[in-house]
Ligand binder design. Sequence first.
Ligand code: NAP
Length: 312
Amino acid sequence: MPSHLPWSVRRLPDAGGRVFLVTGGNAGIGYFTAEQLSATGAAVVLGSRRPDRAEGALASISARVPGASVRAVRLDLADLPSLEAAVRSLETDRLDAVVLNAGAALDDPRRRETGDGHELMFGTNHLGHFALTHWLMPLLSAAPDARVVTVGSFAAKSERLDLDDPQSRHDYRAKRAYGRSKLAQMCFGIELERRLRGAGSTVTSVVVHPGGALDSLTPSRPPVHVRTVGARLSAAPAGVLVQGKDAGAWPSVRAVLDPGVGGGELWGPRVFGLRGEPRREAVWSQLADPSVAARLWRTSRDLTGVDPGVLS
Ligand SMILES: NC(=O)c1ccc[n+]([C@@H]2O[C@H](COP(=O)([O-])OP(=O)(O)OC[C@H]3O[C@@H](n4cnc5c(N)ncnc54)[C@H](OP(=O)(O)O)[C@@H]3O)[C@@H](O)[C@H]2O)c1
C-alpha cells in the first residue's frame, strides 16, 4: 500500500515473507484475523486446540484466498505445560507477529478450573497467553520488528483487578471473572511493552479490542460459521451498535500490519469503541498503573514459572 494513502481495512499492505500466528484462529474473530492476514501474502499459522475445527478453518481460508499460505498447530492455552512443545511445532525460525486472540468466556455460575488448577478464564486468557509469549520470544526476537498483539475487551473497562484473589476463589462471578481476565491481558500487553523497551528488544507490544462482535452479524464461512437468513434478519437492528466478527478482526489486523501503530498503544473500533474501522484510543487509566501491572506480572510469573520479559 503506498504510504500516502490512509489506512483502509479493505486495502491491506503486502506482507509476503512474513509469518504470523493467531491463537484461536479456527473460529470467530481469530478466524477472520487469519483470513484477512492470509490475503496479504503472509504465512499464517492458526493456533487451535481442536484439529477438526482447524481443518475447517484452513479449508475455508484456502477456498477464499487464492494461494493462501496457511497451516495450523495444536495449541491449548489451558494446558500450560504443553505450550513449549506447541511453539516448537511451529517449525519456523522467526515470527513477525502473534495475535493473542483466543478467549474463553463462561456464563456458568459455577467456578471452573483448568487442568493446571487455575480459574478457567484467568488461566486460559491471561496465564496461557503470558506463558505462550515467553516461549515465543526467541522467534519474535529473530524477526526484525515483531509485534505481540493482545486482544482485550471493552468488558474490562468497568473492572478492577483483585490481585489478592486473582483466581476468583472467593465470591466467584462469571461475568466479572471474564472482565478481569481480559483486564489482566490488557495490563500485560502494556507492561510487556515497558519491559521490552527496558531490555532493548526489537519486539513491540500493542493492545487492541474488537468492540462488540456478534455471530449473527457475521458473514457465513462454512464449515466454520453458517449464518441463517433468520439470524441475519433478527440481528439487523443490533448492527446499529455492534458489528460482525469479520469487522471485529480489524483492530488486530491493523495492529499487526500498520507501521504507524506503535508499542504500548491501544486500538479499538471508531464508533463508541463498539463498531467501525480501527482507531487509536487513549490508554485506559486502569491499564496505566505500573505498580498494579508489576504486581500482576510477579503473580503471573509465579503461577506459570516463566517470564516473557526476560530475554535470553
Ligand atoms: N465477540 C465479542 O464481542 C468480543 C468482545 C470483546 C472481546 N472479545 C475477545 O475477542 C477474542 C475472540 O472472541 P470471539 O468472539 O471470536 O470468541 P469465539 O468465537 O468464542 O472464539 C474463541 C476462540 O478461542 C479459542 N479458545 C478457547 N479456549 C481455548 C484454549 N484453551 N486454547 C486455545 N484456544 C482456545 C476457541 O477455540 P474452540 O473453537 O476450540 O472453542 C476459539 O477459536 C477473545 O479474546 C474475546 O475475549 C470478543
